[in-house]
Structures are given as C-alpha cells and as structure tokens.
Design a protein around this ligand. Structure first.
Ligand code: OAD
Length: 246
C-alpha cells in the first residue's frame, strides 16, 4: 500500500515547532509484543489482560500476576524495535520541541533511540514494593513467587500502572502540557479507550493542534480528528519521515 500523504500533513510536520506523539500497544505489535485488546495467543490466551492488570488481581493471586508479567518482560526483552519505533526516534531529532508519550511499558522506544520518553504506564523492567510503592532494584534470590521486599517483606510487583491506579504525576503533567502546547499531535497504535491517556488528543484538539491518528482501524477518537492514516505504524511512519525529510 503506498501512502500519498495529504500536502497539509507534510507542510505541518515540516514547519511544526512543537510535536507531541502518544503511542499505544499497536506500535509494538510489529515487534511481536501482544496488544491488550486483540486476541491473545499461546500460553496466556485464556486470561484477559484487563483482569490481570489490577491491584485486586494481584491481591487475589500474586503468583499468577507476577508470572504473567515475567512472561511479558521476557517477550519485551526478546523483541526488537521495529521501523515505527525507529521512525519516531528520527522524528524526535528533526522537530525542535518533540515529546514522545507512551502507554507501552516494554521500553522499545528508548531502545530505538528516543530520548526523554514520557512513560505514562511505567516500565516493565522495574520492580517496586506492593506495600509501600517504593522502587526495589535488587532482592535476595528466592524460590518464592513473587519475591519479597528486602526492606519491609512486602510482596514485590512490576513498576507499572494498573487499572484503578493513578499515573505518575510528573509524567502525566508533562504529557498534558505537551498536548496543550503542540502544533501537531499524533495518536498512534492506541485504542484511545484508556483514560487519562485517551484525553490527550482531545486536549490537543481543544488547544488548536492538528491531530492525526495512525491505526489499523478506526477508534472512538477517529470522528474528532483531522486525519486518519489507516494502516500499520511500522509501514506508515518510515514513509512519512521519508516524505517530509528525504
Ligand atoms: P490496545 O491493545 O487497546 O489497542 C491497540 C491498538 O493498536 C488498536 O486500536 C489496534 O487497532 C492498533 N494496532 C494494532 N496493530 C497496529 C499496527 N501495527 N499499527 C497501528 N495500529 C495498530 O492497546 P492500548 O490502546 O495501548 O494499560 O492500550 C492502552 C492501555 O490499556 C495499555 O497501556 C494498558 C491497557 O490495558 C494499563 O495496563 C494500565
């Protein structure tokens, strides 16, 4: 599929001083990292991610939740950034003020070379204590799953944001101000369903930005935006970079 981009988009990206990008699981799909709301396959297919990613699920079955994240961590570690991640890292070098906001916890944006990524939902490679929320970098080797906090003996959990939990306030503040001050906003590979991330493109629209969505499918955001580029981010983004800065 070729992408003759509308001239207005080329012009806007060429001249924008401030660009903000929100990414979701779709951007990592082409790296083999499963998304949240699409059919799961393999070992964990019988579980609904939305029912595992909650404090309640962890309280009820900490071993199950820890092991699910261990599986996701191992998938992320084995995955490689795809052309979509690389194109966003390139965009970050070209635009004077660029903010990359992600809901992904897989660390693939920094591995692709993006700097200062705003990780709204945390980072799967980090661990914290379920009891007091403080980061834990190392703990004694144990057969116990999950392992225990060396400070207070609380259960350890991944340092990610679960449903029903607040986002890191600094990350959210940076994301909202980038959305409110940008000339151009991209919502890429996200179902635009999970708040507060889903409100960022709306903030951008309300502040007068040109808002573009890149997705395989339409989402609840689509009727509100200026332009939908329908297709895979790993195909569209490199072509866009090429079209604007070749
Ligand atoms: P979802 O799994 O809900 O949505 C993935 C989106 O990416 C869908 O809209 C797909 O159509 C689209 N998509 C899939 N492959 C694509 C591709 N190659 N190129 C472009 N688009 C593609 O994931 P998110 O919207 O990221 O939160 O989910 C948001 C949050 O909900 C996650 O961060 C997680 C989740 O539950 C927490 O864990 C708190």
């Amino acid at each position: 599929m070729s992408h003759p981009f509308p001239p207005v988009l080329i012009e806007k990206l060429k001249t924008a001083q401030r660009v903000a990008v929100l990414t979701g699981a779709g951007v990592s799909a082409e790296s083999g990292v499963p998304t949240f709301r699409e059919a799961q396959t393999g070992l964990w297919a019988q579980y609904d991610p939305q029912e595992l990613a909650t404090p309640r699920a962890f309280r009820q079955n900490p071993k199950l939740v820890w092991e699910w994240y261990a599986w996701r961590r191992q998938l992320a570690a084995k995955a490689e950034p795809n052309p979509g991640h690389l194109a966003l890292a390139e965009m970050g070098k070209r635009v004077p003020h660029f903010t990359l906001i992600t809901q992904n916890v897989d660390g693939l944006h920094p591995r692709a070379g993006s700097r200062h990524v705003v990780a709204l939902h945390g980072d799967i490679t980090r661990t914290k204590c379920f009891a007091d929320g403080r980061p834990v970098a190392v703990w004694p080797e144990t057969d116990q799953i999950p392992p225990r906090c060396p400070r207070c003996d609380g259960l350890l959990r991944p340092d990610v944001v679960w449903f029903g939990e607040g986002l890191p306030p600094d990350a959210l503040g940076t994301a909202v101000s980038a959305a409110r001050s940008c000339d151009l906003f991209f919502s890429i590979g996200t179902s635009a369903l999970v708040q507060p991330a889903a409100s960022l493109p709306i903030e951008a629209l309300n502040s007068g930005a040109f808002v573009v969505e890149i997705n395989l499918n339409e989402t609840p955001l689509t009727p509100h935006i200026h332009l939908l580029l329908k297709g895979a981010s790993g195909v569209i983004l490199p072509k866009l970079i090429q079209a604007v800065w070749a």
